[in-house]
Design a protein around this ligand. Structure first.
Ligand code: A3P
Length: 285
């Protein structure tokens, strides 16, 4: 089966999971509630890691939900074609995941008090992670080579568009009280401290023991072995192989893939596109 993309407002989406109608509905009709919490990422930035952390914070560190309910049912992706009532029927506060760029977010969000946790990851590691994901899923076109995906990534031709535009768009909210910016690299460096920061943002007070449980059950090794989040339960229509979704989880794997020319090319584009944001990522551990 060949993966097909369609374009919506200049951005690529995989036809397998998304539709024009749904994207139109999300932008124009979806009713955001003031107590909604959104987990927003560009793909391969640690989205499922954040789902695990938020699930555990919500359950005060009790891992039962993470061990019994698949991650996509705990915090579903609202741009995916779900039945009409799926989100309407969820009790508040709803925890919702999204890869959407800010300009495609519901209009009702911008007049709400809903919270967004935006997790970003350095673009070189995002690209390497995307490359491996493309080899095991039907929702990304299988690249002929790493370089082919590199070119598509730079030109914003991958699903959800340009990494640079995605982050720049969402950073318009950086000074809002209802926006929390987290990086994958910061989570790697200080998992516990970052969990506390998220609790603080959500107004959730957890005991030190509960925080320990959040950290333990969202650790790389626990997640890799947990079939509720490691994608071993993902449908065959989506995944070619159900292994290696939780792959390496490190900062700096790009060094094993980038040529010097690719590194220079990415650096140049990064400094051109990101200079106004003055944002620094860690490129290794
Ligand atoms: P790698 O492919 O570099 O290993 P997403 O959930 O947005 O698709 O991101 C997937 C990336 O997050 C993968 O990166 C995966 O291994 C990593 N990841 C998932 N859970 C993690 C954890 N607990 N610790 C570190 N990395 C994790």
């Amino acid at each position: 089966m060949d993966t097909e993309y369609f374009q919506h407002k200049g951005i690529n989406f995989a036809s397998l999971l998304y539709s024009e109608d749904r994207l139109h509905y999300i932008e124009n009709e979806f009713k955001v509630r003031d107590d909604d919490v959104f987990n927003v990422t560009f793909p391969k930035s640690g989205s499922y890691w954040m789902i695990e952390i938020l699930s555990l914070i919500r359950s005060n560190g009790n891992p039962t939900c993470c061990q019994t309910v698949p991650s996509w049912d705990r915090m579903a992706w609202f741009e995916v074609d779900y039945p009409a009532q799926y989100f309407d029927d969820q009790p508040s506060p709803r925890f919702i995941s999204s890869h959407l760029p800010i300009q495609l977010f519901p209009k009702s969000f911008f007049s709400s008090k809903a919270k967004v946790i935006y997790t970003a990851r350095n673009p070189r590691d995002v690209l390497v992670s995307l490359y491996h994901y493309a080899l095991i899923t039907f929702v990304i076109k299988t690249p002929l080579s790493f370089n082919e995906l590199f070119e598509d990534f730079i030109e914003g031709k991958v699903p959800f568009g340009s990494w640079f535009d995605h982050i720049k768009g969402w950073m318009q909210m950086k000074d809002s009280d209802n926006f929390l910016f987290i990086t994958f690299e910061e989570l790697k460096k200080d998992h516990r401290g970052t969990v506390k920061k998220i609790c603080n943002f959500l107004g959730k007070e957890l005991s030190e023991e509960a925080i320990d449980m959040v950290v333990k059950h969202s650790s790389f090794n626990v997640m890799k072995d947990n079939k509720m989040c490691n994608h071993s339960l993902a449908p065959e229509s989506i995944m070619k192989k159900n292994s290696n979704f939780i792959r390496k989880g490190v900062v700096g794997d790009w060094k094993n893939y980038f040529t010097t020319a690719q590194q220079e090319s990415m650096d140049k584009i990064y400094s051109e596109r990101m200079s106004a944001l003055n944002m620094k990522f860690s490129w290794d551990e």
